[in-house]
Design a protein around this ligand. Structure first.
Ligand SMILES: NC(=O)c1ccc[n+]([C@@H]2O[C@H](COP(=O)([O-])OP(=O)(O)OC[C@H]3O[C@@H](n4cnc5c(N)ncnc54)[C@H](O)[C@@H]3O)[C@@H](O)[C@H]2O)c1
Length: 506
């Protein structure tokens, strides 16, 4: 806006805050608030309706239904004569109560408020010099004062962390789809450890990639239930989703090479299966549907630049196309049906329990077995690697503090060529370059992926914590110490696939 100092540039998000000596809040108008027994679209609706609680219930109804905050304001303004006489005395406590409810009900708003620390908060309305900053910045800024008062109370009551944990001590039942796969398994362990009051239901078809052994140690955990079923099957989904508060959707066909051999399975599970989940989630009134997606939906990058949330989708393999389609469906259920969704697009994960067809476990387990390692093309394809626990912490934060309807890009800040990774693994196992076996490149092999995760960093305060060099060593150690886990997998169907993929193509 023109009246702002040029040195005070906004972050460009709807809240528009300055990381300088003060923060400017809009009134978080896109957040609903439950107040006085009703759900109001915005705090403006609640505030304007409150003018008429005592005097005109019809006007309260009209304002409740008003399409926008501005319309709510217009109705109230046109009916000034019905405002009670003591209004001037009660309007600040009323507004304070509404804002306090809003902060308590929206973890994202709470997070943003606490993020302002002790800076001055200014309401940035140039039109209203009672509630806002006013045109010439001489206004009373009453709303800003309310935000600061609530913030002060929060800090005095408890530490920031204590307060945040309040919203996570609730009991919740979460459906995880694809929990017997690599990331799902790690996420289930992460969540059960962190949230003793959460119940997890894991719906998994147990394809070649799903392995119940991963979760054997949870057999007697009362907070964990496994249901074998297909996300494409309505009955399976209804049974698993019953009484759940949230859904975190991992289940997918996930391997690019397999999608080149057999695209149909990818279309079925990734697109049709996601649609079944969304439809049932809508029917059952699921409070949050979080969709796990990939950075591959954005296509490939040249030497510069990074993927970000506003980038156009440009998927290039049957796998990434099917994931892109599922992302679009998830967004469509938000815009068309109001299903409360969030999406994360994450870069390449590494860590324990990854099926040994993917680069890191494939190379590690081959070298342990003294087999050669098949490197595609020149090995100079670049991926951004993230430890699976960092991915889990990002999803956890988005679930608790993310904004409904938003997509968050998640990355590890660790761009590496496949050749670099290969050398790292060779070094770890004390093997030489002679173990590398060059194989013809994958068709349509994307050259470079990289993620700009500044949105989740700035808005939710998330950053990857596990340094790649430490994470990879710990991961390779895990494969060294868990030979039984992968030996069993690297047989049967896996051998057939391996031959088709690497041996028969030479
Ligand atoms: N691995 C990565 O680096 C990465 C990166 C970004 C995003 N992702 C996404 O994360 C999710 C999980 O990836 P992953 O690497 O853990 O995959 P994975 O292949 O290891 O696991 C997939 C799981 O889904 C299950 N599944 C497959 N089809 C199913 C169906 N029809 N019904 C029920 N369950 C079914 C499988 O049995 C398996 O347990 C996927 O959606 C993937 O697109 C993965």
């Amino acid at each position: 806006m023109q009246f702002r100092d040029s040195k005070l540039e906004t972050s460009g998000n709807i809240i528009g805050f300055f990381e300088r000596e003060f923060y400017v809040f809009s009134n978080f108008s896109s957040f609903q608030v439950e107040w006085c027994g009703r759900t109001w679209q915005t705090s403006e609706h609640a505030y304007q309706a409150s003018h008429f609680f005592e005097t005109d219930p019809d006007l309260v109804e009209q304002i409740h239904k008003a399409k926008s905050a501005h319309d709510a304001y217009k109705i109230a303004k046109a009916n000034k004569d019905k405002v009670p006489k003591n209004w001037e005395d009660i309007k600040i406590p009323i507004m304070e109560d509404i804002i306090r409810n809003k902060v308590e009900q929206n973890p994202y708003v709470l997070h943003k408020l606490l993020q302002t620390e002790n800076k001055l908060i200014i309401e940035d309305s140039p039109y209203d010099d009672f509630w806002g900053w006013g045109e010439n910045r001489t206004g009373r800024n009453e709303l800003g004062k309310i935000w600061m008062k609530i913030r002060e109370e929060l800090y005095q009551q408890k530490t920031k962390d204590n307060y945040l944990s309040q919203s996570t001590n609730k009991e919740r039942k979460i459906l995880i789809t694809g929990g017997a796969g690599f990331i799902g398994t790690n996420f289930i362990y992460y969540m059960l450890k962190k949230y003793p009051n959460y119940k997890i239901v894991n719906l998994d078809k147990l394809t070649y990639a799903g392995n119940l052994k991963n979760l054997e140690s949870l057999q007697d955990n009362p907070n964990y239930t496994f249901i074998k079923g297909d996300i494409c099957n309505e009955e399976d989904v209804k049974k698993a989703m019953k009484d759940c508060d949230w859904v975190v959707h991992f289940a997918a066909e996930s391997h690019v090479d397999r999608s080149i051999m057999d695209p149909d399975t990818f279309i079925r599970t990734n697109i049709l299966g996601t649609n079944v989940l969304l439809r049932i989630a809508k029917e059952l009134g699921i409070k949050r549907f979080h969709h796990i997606s990939t950075d591959e939906v954005f296509g490939e990058l040249g030497a510069d630049g990074k993927f970000h949330e506003l980038m156009a989708y440009n998927p290039r393999s049957p796998y990434s196309s099917s994931k892109a389609a599922s992302d679009h469906l998830v967004c469509a259920y938000f815009h068309t049906f109001g299903l409360p969704i969030t999406i994360s697009n994450c870069s390449n994960n590494y860590g324990p329990y990854q099926f040994p067809e993917k680069l890191i476990p494939l190379f590690a387990t081959n070298l342990i077995e003294d087999k050669k390692i098949p490197l595609y093309g020149d090995g100079l394809n670049i991926r951004d690697w993230i430890h699976v626990d960092d991915h889990s912490s990002a999803v956890d934060l988005i679930l608790h503090e993310g904004k409904i309807g938003e997509t968050y890009c998640v990355g590890g800040d660790s761009e590496k060529t496949n050749l670099e990774i290969t050398h790292l693994i060779l070094n770890y196992f004390n093997k030489g370059e002679e173990m590398i076996e060059r194989v013809p490149d994958r068709r349509g092999h994307d050259r470079r992926y990289a993620i700009d995760f500044s949105k989740i960093k700035n808005e939710l305060g998330w950053e990857p914590k596990i340094n790649f060099e430490d994470g990879i060593k710990e991961t390779l150690k895990w494969y060294k110490e868990n030979i039984n886990w992968w030996k069993e997998i690297k047989s049967g169907e896996y051998l057939e696939y391996y031959e088709k993929q690497y041996i028969n193509r030479k």
